[in-house]
Write a protein that binds this ligand. Structure first.
Ligand SMILES: NC(=O)c1ccc[n+]([C@@H]2O[C@H](COP(=O)([O-])OP(=O)(O)OC[C@H]3O[C@@H](n4cnc5c(N)ncnc54)[C@H](O)[C@@H]3O)[C@@H](O)[C@H]2O)c1
Length: 267
């Protein structure tokens, strides 16, 4: 069991969405919190809300140097992190030809490369203390491709591969550090505002509170993988079949048109 009570929990992307909700819920469960985001105003409001032993750091995770400097400052000021929740993420929602080169690079920097900079910074101390937990908030988009998400899906596929390889490597080396990968379908946080689902009873747009609770529960129960809703697993099984069949299934369930009305975060 990874207990949150008394643990030092670091959450990236904690100024809004499920990052913010996870901070609130982890506090309820008795964690000490260090929160990171590029949104300074958002972090200040979370800090005012949570108070207690909470520290916030404004950092742009697409900047490797700034991320590594912030991580070093956190280790010095706050000590070893017990649970690292790599949650920050971005989406363009554009087709491959509409995306700018810079936006594609940024998507990979935040959704994939920052996982390396954060994990490499905090893992040695976890190994030294003989316990720790690294959580990767990926996406169902890290398991199945979709139109208008080539940049996002490929960065989240990288995130899923990152978690899987890290888990196997930790096991191979005998380090007692746990991992959890989180792959939710769409969540109603505003990040994917406008997306549609054809069969909401099978593939619902998830409630942020529910996702938050499930993630922290998965961490406390040492679950290696959390896929929400379970129906996503059924879609994945079709992947073992020829691609034409997989394409037909994702088309039938409306997944490949889910981004047609995408607007993204407003304001
Ligand atoms: N919303 C969904 O439908 C959905 C579905 C599956 C997975 N996810 C994933 O869940 C995670 C949280 O998403 P959310 O829905 O809460 O979105 P959100 O937009 O509410 O939260 C993302 C947070 O990350 C921060 N962030 C973005 N770029 C950053 C950067 N360069 N440096 C530091 N912080 C940065 C933002 O400021 C924001 O506070 C993301 O990784 C996302 O990809 C979301």
């Amino acid at each position: 069991m990874t207990r949150l009570r008394g643990s030092h929990v670091l959450i990236t992307g904690a100024a809004s969405g499920i990052g913010r909700l996870m901070a609130q819920e982890a506090r309820v469960r008795g964690a000490r919190l260090t929160l990171l985001d590029r949104d300074e105003a958002g972090l200040k409001s979370v800090l005012a809300e949570l108070g207690g032993d909470t520290a916030v750091y404004t950092v742009d995770l697409s900047d490797r140097g700034a991320t590594q400097a912030a991580a070093a400052a956190i280790l010095k000021a706050r000590g070893t992190v017990d649970v690292l929740i790599n949650n920050a993420g971005i989406v363009t929602g554009k087709s491959i030809l509409e995306c700018s080169d810079e936006a594609i690079e940024r998507t990979f920097q935040v959704n994939a490369l920052a996982l390396f900079w954060m994990t490499r910074a905090f893992l040695p101390a976890m190994i030294a203390q003989g316990r720790g937990h690294v959580v990767t908030v990926a996406s169902a988009a890290g398991l199945s491709g979709t139109s208008r998400l080539t940049d996002y899906c490929s960065s989240k596929f990288a995130a899923v591969g990152f978690d899987e390889s890290l888990r196997l490597e930790l096991k191979r080396l005998g380090h007692p550090v746990r991992t959890t990968v989180v792959c939710p379908y769409y969540i109603d946080t505003g990040m994917f505002h406008g997306v549609r689902t054809r069969f909401p009873w099978l593939l619902p747009i998830l409630k942020p509170d529910y996702v938050t609770w499930k993630i922290l529960d998965a961490v406390e129960r040492n679950r290696r993988r959390l896929i929400m809703p379970r129906f996503v697993l059924a879609v994945l099984m079709v992947k073992a079949l020829p691609p034409a069949l997989f394409d037909a299934v994702t088309a039938f369930f409306g997944v490949n048109r889910s981004m047609d009305e995408f607007k993204g975060r407003q304001g």
